[in-house]
Design a protein around this ligand. Structure first.
Ligand code: BGC
Length: 912
């Protein structure tokens, strides 16, 4: 069958509306039944409409196997321009395919001059706890509308309605960016909703991140004291005439029923202040409630930027698992899952009914409702009901991190049918799945995914519940590779990294949190540039490039990456060590002093190790971009590594800092001489044994520890760490009922007590970075870094004897990549699936080199398919080689099953 292009994407999205670029990148996948499917050429057409008569860009036939993020070669696109596009592909001997189905995109407003809307605010401002104002505009249309686009934004958070209906299911708009520099607007297609007659646009405005309290120092008004909103409805009539309805002095505003709404605090809804029908035409409203709006003091439009990634929305609604009664007699709703979002309830109340909804992540050791770890975040929602007819209620501009809910004031019996947990997060496409034969590890994987969902709420946050919920750079850096397996996070991180760059200091340092809302006076005397935190500036773009083959992110971030490395370069007492300044160190490591946060690993070792790593990645990024700086940074890297060895490794190869994390970093970042590496790995193993076969690493060492062990011949010990059930271990938390990842190895101690109140989140994804090792090592899904985005995959599964199978699936930019291994008595069976238009090298560890003779591929002996290694075989089995105990097969696309002799009980078939 001829291959055909499917799943057309423009800037990663199927039909993007309101794109903020003039030269969008186009991608497609190949579909076909053959193995070894390859594209040899493509032909792209972009047209003004479906007819493909008026072409904007015709690529002609291009000899290329590229199908992912093809750069735009047509003329620059303009604001509001629409494009319809299709592609046909040539697949080797099959010749040219038919045209694909067409797909579309539309550009947003690219220039401040595209806006005639004015920022409007409520005359009632400012106050410390803000009533969320309503804004209303009624307008009458005459004529047939063929196109209607609404562009909206806010300094604060907004919701929008047209004629009583929400214009979108998206929440927490316009999202959180570095508002001093960038503010997103959203685009909505309202064509089908607008006809002749009267219509009403309504907006509700909350404080959000812009004006509300944010950060643990309790500051508010960080970006400004005046919230405001902006709306521009652009109409095109059948006769070609256009009209705009824009926010401005002719709108009316009233106080609404949301009396306050704070991200940490929660929300207070008072039904007495409802304005029934206010978003509908012909509403009967009390004119004294509705005042003319005030135009905002700041009318600037230059920071506006189109929505850059997937929006936040409710992606799932869960029913409570049970209603339980605590020993003290309180009724508590148990959602069965530590989740992020809000509780929605269905109720009608006698006028005056007051409902109070409190949220907690855990119960204490006595089984009582516990909110101590929230610190100053109340997470309380209150409702004053006036409506007797039952309806659903939920907060508007506040979310909570919770598993347990305590409701007071509920009339009659609590009933789970009236309660739902709405799960909210950035609605990224799910891309990866991991499963194995151990249910506890599967629960760990689930916990990692839930941790990602709850903490990818427009930005990557450390935690979703206490008075932080901040874009901690270190946490994001540690987790990003895992994140890229579970979900398609390319757009999510592209947006956040723009904010990171925007918030870099004048000295080029990187803030602890992005968007930056901390100031130097808070806690640390510094709010910028800790090692391993600031390195997010380099590690995150590099990881996105690796996982999605997105060269654009390197172009976008190159200056920021370079600035960060240059910043470090200027810090040390000598240029090749970073031995000054404040660092979080190996945060929360178990070798920290009692009740302290910073682990025992010397911070100058950590800082210099990350300096070397970031410098190496920067040199590689420069090389990818063909930039001349590459040689200079490679040379810097050598000098840093040299200085590191002089300072931290003895001439005989002993690491001078005797901690697990020090050894892990030396191995993970290739800092030791190759001749010393085995010894350092052996020393690490000894340290782990000494600690009772357990890890003592914190945020910095943990993401790399299993990688370092597996790579240097100690895969069995990695497996042991993973499978360990006692404290400290990943499964300790799972055995203690965790449904997300805890901040501490002992957030709940074996005796049921808590680590502490002040730093104890039960939904902190940092230690979830083990997910990367499950996908990348246990199931062996890796990309070749010179052909990133899984254009050429390096699949090297590493079975664990305690498991009978493990499987990972990943939807890549080319299609599904998967690997499953399973042991059957004396056989190891490995099933792989390679996406069309890609190749893979599959490495299998044999227990004996002679086993190669018995290896079967799809039921046929490998040696029968092709007697000699290196000889060309089928068009999908491109090559094979045997090197020691490693069998390497080079495969084209498609599925195949490989069987090899296997003696279970032997974990350590290690090769480097
Ligand atoms: C956050 C962390 C963060 C850390 C800095 C904490 O309060 O929750 O996850 O990385 O501070 O060390």
């Amino acid at each position: 069958m001829k291959p055909i292009a499917i799943d057309l994407r423009c800037e990663y999205q199927p039909h993007p509306l309101g794109l903020g670029v003039r030269r969008p990148r186009l991608s497609w996948k190949l579909a076909g039944t053959d193995r070894g499917l390859r594209q040899t050429a493509y032909h792209l057409q972009v047209s003004e409409d479906e007819s493909f008569q008026n072409l904007i860009w015709d690529s002609g036939e291009v000899l290329s196997d590229d199908s992912h993020l093809i750069s735009w070669q047509g003329p620059d696109l303009m604001s509001r321009q629409q494009g319809c596009w299709r592609v046909r592909v040539c697949g080797g001997q099959h010749g040219w395919s038919d045209w694909s189905e067409s797909s579309g995109f539309e550009i947003g407003l690219l220039e401040p001059s595209d806006w005639s809307a004015r920022w409007m605010t409520s005359p009632a401002e400012p106050s410390s706890l803000q009533i969320c104002p309503l804004f209303r505009k009624s307008f009458t249309l005459s004529g047939h509308v063929v196109k209607a686009r609404l562009y909206t934004s806010a300094r604060g958070l907004y919701l929008a309605w047209l004629d009583g209906q929400p214009v979108t299911d998206t929440q927490f708009m316009p999202g959180w960016t570095s508002y001093q520099h960038r503010l997103q607007y959203q685009t909505f297609d309202l064509t089908d909703q607008l006809s002749d007659g009267e219509h009403v646009l309504g907006l509700m405005l909350g404080e959000g991140w812009y004006k509300g309290t944010i950060g643990f120092a309790g500051h508010d008004g960080i970006y400004g004291r005046q919230t405001a909103c902006l709306a521009q409805l652009e109409l095109t009539y059948a006769d070609g005439l256009t009209e705009r309805i824009v926010s401005g002095g002719d709108w009316r505003t009233a106080a609404g029923p949301v009396r306050y709404s704070g991200i940490y605090k929660g929300e207070y809804y008072d039904g007495q202040y409802e304005q029934p029908g206010w978003t509908q035409p012909r509403a009967v409203l009390n004119p004294t409630d509705w005042q003319p709006v005030q135009l905002a003091d700041d009318q600037s439009l230059d920071r506006l930027t189109a929505q850059e990634h997937w929006p936040v929305r409710v992606t799932e609604s869960i029913s409570p698992r049970q209603i339980l009664t605590t020993p003290s007699g309180e009724q508590i709703i148990d959602m069965g899952q530590n989740m992020v979002g809000w509780l929605r309830f269905h109720l009608g109340g006698a006028p005056g009914t007051k409902i109070r909804v409190e949220h907690a992540e855990v119960l204490d050791r006595n089984g009582e409702f516990y909110t101590g770890n929230l610190r100053t975040a109340d997470q309380v929602c209150e409702y004053h009901l006036t409506e007797t007819t039952p309806r659903w209620y939920h907060p508007h501009f506040s979310w909570q991190g919770f598993r347990y809910v305590r409701i007071s004031g509920w009339p009659g019996e609590l009933n789970t049918d009236q309660l739902r947990g709405d799960v909210l997060h950035t609605d990224m496409p799910r891309s990866g799945f991991f499963e194995c034969s151990d249910p506890q590890i599967n629960q760990l994987q689930k916990n990692i995914v839930w941790g990602q969902r709850g903490n990818f709420l427009d930005i990557p946050t450390d935690c979703p519940q206490r008075d932080e919920r901040l874009g901690w750079t270190g946490d994001a850096q540690m987790f990003i590779r895992t994140a890229c397996f579970n979900y398609d996070t390319a757009l999510f991180f592209s947006k956040w990294l723009r904010d990171l760059a925007a918030d870099q200091s004048r000295e080029r340092g990187v803030p602890f949190v992005v968007p930056n809302v901390l100031d130097d006076d808070q806690n640390f005397g510094q709010s910028y540039s800790s090692a391993a935190w600031g390195d997010a500036a380099v590690i995150c773009p590099w990881t996105i490039y690796q996982c999605y083959g997105d060269r654009g992110i390197l172009e976008q971030q190159f200056k920021s990456m370079k600035d960060w490395v240059e910043y470090i370069h200027a810090q040390g007492e000598q240029p090749w060590l970073w031995n000054t300044g404040f660092h979080f160190g190996d945060w929360l490591a178990l070798d920290a002093p009692a009740d302290g946060y910073v682990g025992a690993t010397a911070t100058d070792l950590i800082a210099t190790a990350f300096y070397a790593y970031s410098c190496r990645l920067l040199a590689e990024a420069a090389a990818v971009l063909g930039r001349s700086e590459s040689a200079q940074y490679s040379q810097w890297h050598e000098q840093i590594v040299h200085a590191f060895r002089e300072e931290f490794i003895t001439p005989s190869g002993r690491v001078a800092v005797p901690t697990q994390t020090a050894h892990v970093l030396v191995l993970a970042f290739d800092l030791a001489l190759p001749t010393h590496r085995q010894r350092i790995a052996a020393d690490l193993v000894q340290m782990i044994h000494k600690a009772g076969d357990s890890l003592t690493t914190g945020f910095v060492g943990t993401p790399y520890i299993c990688h370092a062990l597996s790579r240097f011949g100690h895969h069995d010990l990695s497996a042991k760490l993973l499978l360990r059930r006692d404290y400290p271990s990943w499964l300790y938390a799972v055995d203690h009922g965790a449904t997300t990842i805890w901040e501490h190895w002992d957030s709940i101690r074996p005796d049921g007590s808590f680590w502490s109140d002040d730093m104890n989140s039960f939904n902190h994804y940092a230690y979830g970075a083990i997910g990367d090792w499950l996908y990348r090592v246990v199931c062996g899904l890796e990309t070749d870094s010179s052909r990133p985005g899984y254009r050429h995959s390096l699949i090297h599964p590493r079975p664990i004897s305690a498991l009978t199978f493990a499987e990972a699936r990943l939807e890549t930019g080319y299609g599904l990549l998967a690997c499953r291994w399973e042991t059957h008595e004396t056989t190891l069976r490995t099933d792989v699936k390679i996406p069309p238009n890609t190749t893979a090298q599959l490495t299998l560890d044999l227990q004996d080199p002679g086993d190669a003779r018995h290896v079967m591929i799809d039921g046929q002996l490998l040696t029968g398919l092709c007697a000699l290694p290196g000889e060309m075989t089928e068009d999908w089995l491109l090559d094979w080689q045997l090197e020691g105990c490693q069998l390497r097969l080079t495969l084209g696309s498609g599925s195949c099953r490989i069987e090899q002799p296997w003696n279970t009980g032997d974990d350590n078939h290690d090769n480097q």
